[in-house]
Design a protein around this ligand. Sequence first.
Ligand SMILES: [Zn+2]
Length: 437
Amino acid sequence: MSVAVEAPPAANGASSSSPQYPDQYYYVDQILDRPGPRTDEAFSAGDPVKSFLREQCKILVIGAGGLGCEILANLALMGFKDIHVIDMDTIDISNLNRQFLFRPKDVGQPKATVAAEFIMKRVPGVKVTPYYGKIQDKDDDYYMQFNIVICGLDSVEARRWINATLVNLVDPENPESLKPLIDGGTEGFKGQSRVIFPTISSCYECSLDMLNKPTAFPICTIANTPRLPEHCIEWASVLEWPKVHADKKMDTDDPEHISWLYKVASKRAKEFKIEGVTWQLTQGVVKNIIPAIASTNAIIAASCCNEAFKIATTAAPFLNNYWMLIGTDGVYSYTFEHEKKSDCPVCGGETMDVEVGKGWTIERLIEWLTENQKIQIKKPSLSLGTKPIYFQAPPQLEESTRPNLEKKVHELIPEGGEVTVTASTLPFTLTLRLAFV
Ligand SMILES: [Zn+2]
């Protein structure tokens, strides 16, 4: 059986003997030229929406790696014409299998620049402005110029930074200051995309406790009842390496060290009839590498760009507000509304109440802050009002506050006292109200 499909009209000027290519935006126009059952009330079909998408909308892509390459290509093909991209990395040969805007000749070049040039060459009429550097190099004025920001990052730190920056940018008097943030992330066969309207919907910081902790295997399983190839590798690296090499530190970048671990783990696996220990897996386990999967990147990037398109055109309601994809056992996906937290240090405005052990020292409190899933702050500095409790930097202040580390928390901070926590990596401060238990 054959299905008749109406051929798209040829682009202007195409003669009957040349191939019949449709206009570049023919298929996108099918969505924009008429309202559908789910279009927003604000949607005005035809030229106004096309003109906004193609002439006015300025979109920023953060990251030009696995997700970023896909995102840039999708946006360009959808009709976004003023695209900016930031990435601080250069191209490595190991990127080429999935970061498809790059070729062997590009190795060593900045990702942002090469990606921008590739897109402009391939999709006529699109302008991509690259910036090779860190997102932290740019100020509020820079971020104010965009209508939408999309992140395709592999760093929690960078996401926290851009999230807090966009939340701080919001001025209730100026609706233009509200920049929708679309965040995509992948980890092996899993991924998620989400839409954040800073100060209005749940922000990145609100969901910090959803991040996976790195997998740790119980030591008794590793030592006595291994079932997985990973258990054998952990046995070799955690138990056997220190036994055999005493003080010599394992270097996970040294191929000879990995080969030694591989040999020892393979022997162990054979004893327990476990299959699957390979050199690559050994390296992956000890370096904590989760393989990047090109198809996961493609799905998540498609979802992010779909949301950008819907926000820019109002052609359909956008995601509210979190979509997750799990491809490890079959394919499962789920959409839910992640709720805003009233005590979110970035968008909540309320002080976070925390319970602290009576006997805790300041050092213990700092350790707890770095381990806490909801806070996850590296190298925090603490103060009570204007009084420094402990500062990580500058060196003189660190030295003068260091004796406080051994003191009990309740000696320095009263019950109900509000402690200000800062860290150089985060563009916000956290206020904790302490209760002793
Ligand atoms: Zn928040």
